[in-house]
Design a protein around this ligand. Structure first.
Ligand SMILES: [Fe+2]
Length: 193
């Protein structure tokens, strides 16, 4: 009799406990998958990545967070083996609603500098853009540079491996020729080296 009464009173509490257990378990599962660190396994269509957490655990192709993607946009495909933090805002375990945060330094891909006075973009093995914050000097390394612009203008001076353009103008302004009866000889003053 007493047992039955106790049981009757306990049943709703036990049901409530079961419900709470399920909630906690679901929350833990969601928490486990909400943020995970992995490595880029594959680039898909140049626009998405597959991130691997372990041998048998990886995302479907997902987007990565670029530095900017509005009217101003920045494209840089993550590298295979690059570290990626996957943020999963869905509650599923399939990572269909997730995005990869990339650009995290790792042993395979360390930061290109440890100098706070520099702002650097390293582009593969051949490209390099380096600002010196203190002096304002900009260093650009590239195989070839093409400007698709109406005009390329320097407010002051241009120079190359030979001399400054103002020095070239000085040579031109003062140059003369050995006169002949025929075709004018090549100038004594050379603009080339
Ligand atoms: Fe001349």
């Amino acid at each position: 009799m007493l047992d039955e009464a106790i049981q009757r009173h306990l049943t709703p509490l036990l049901d409530r406990l079961t419900y709470l257990e399920e909630q906690i378990e679901g929350g833990e599962r969601q928490g486990r998958n909400a943020i995970q660190l992995g490595l880029i396994r594959e680039l898909v269509d140049g626009q998405r990545v597959v991130v691997e957490f372990s041998k048998d655990s990886f995302t479907p192709p997902i987007k990565w967070a670029a530095m900017a993607c509005g009217e101003t946009a920045f494209y840089r495909a993550p590298s295979v083996g690059e570290m990626a933090l996957v943020l999963n805002w869905g509650d599923g375990e399939r990572f269909t609603s997730s995005v990869a945060i990339v650009g995290i330094a790792s042993t395979k891909y360390p930061l290109p500098s440890a100098d706070p006075n520099k702002v650097i973009e390293k582009i593969g093995a051949h490209g390099w853009v380096e600002w010196n914050v203190e002096t304002g000097e900009l260093l650009v390394k590239a195989k070839r540079i093409t400007f698709d612009a109406e005009e390329v203008h320097a407010t002051h001076e241009l120079s190359d491996g030979v001399r400054k353009i103002s020095q070239d103008r000085g040579i031109y302004d003062g140059h003369d020729h050995n006169e002949t009866q025929s075709v004018t000889k090549k100038p004594n003053q050379k603009q080339g080296a």
